[in-house]
Design a protein around this ligand. Sequence first.
Ligand SMILES: [Ca+2]
Ligand SMILES: [Ca+2]
Length: 342
Amino acid sequence: MLAILSVLAIGLGRTARIDLSLAKHRAGKLRADFLGWASVYYAMNQLRLDSEDPDSSLADTAYTCGFALKDNKTPEDLFKGVTLASGSFDIGYPLIDNMGRAYQCYGFEDEDRRLNINGIHQQNYRILAHLFMLLDVPDEQADGLAAQVVDWKDADSNKMTLGLGVEKESYDIASGKFCKDAPFEHVQELMFVRDMTENIFLKIKRVVTVFPRQDMDLAVNLNTAEEIVLRAIFRSLAEKNTSVNISDADSLVGKISAYRKGEDGLLCTADDRPLKVATASGDLGLNANEQAIYLASVHYLKETSQHVRLYARGIDDQFKVRTTLDAVISRETLSVLLWNRK
Ligand SMILES: [Ca+2]
Ligand SMILES: [Ca+2]
């Protein structure tokens, strides 16, 4: 009897220990979640301070995007291990160097470094076609797909000219695809475009955005734009100008990229250099062909970012539980437009 009771007691003790550790994990998870949320409010405050700062609000670079650096502080000082109650949070994202190695960038990743598909229209749809081609989509398929994206979100029911594009009547509802005739609100909606494949979507989703979620003119941040996005814009303009070549578009991207990175050849480090759209041509030392392409592109370029994405990690120190979330915040309204918790 004593032996049986001992076995029972050990069993109950083990169950109680498991229950207790589960309860601790739940408490830790809850606290880590709140730390994640605290990071969103912290981020909004940094954005607000930046907008109010007449110096730092003039340009957003990869190094200081959406926040102001004061008193010799670094982004790491502002966004790494921010302590609150019995935990902390980090805000940052990884970048890849020229050798393919990942390094950490602290602060926000702007959406304005990507191509806004709501800013693609009939007159500039070749930018998106070039972006598809740069992602290894064959030329003809890329052209048709870019036109389909335009027809999918434009309000009218007129197919794009040149026999490209498809409107409502060409969609088969049973296929799970449909034509919205309204702006993209989520990147995932690209999968509803008739000839979009999962393979192409997985490649394009990293370099496009839907913010702002309205019909608008295209505007990417010259200081943060992904190289592939700049390449697509410049190549689409080079093909309209018979006196320049695609190689001029590519060398222009090379000069912008090298200038922004500064001496160390890395983005998101203290020596990063901001460019002004109006004066970049001189700062970059462009030749005549590069300059012709650049000047044709300036209405697609800007120097500041309106939407930032934060990747945050909340850490509960007591129970060693972590949570991660990402959110898109509007600088203008300081509101959260999208968030995911993992
Ligand atoms: Ca349409
Ligand atoms: Ca640098």
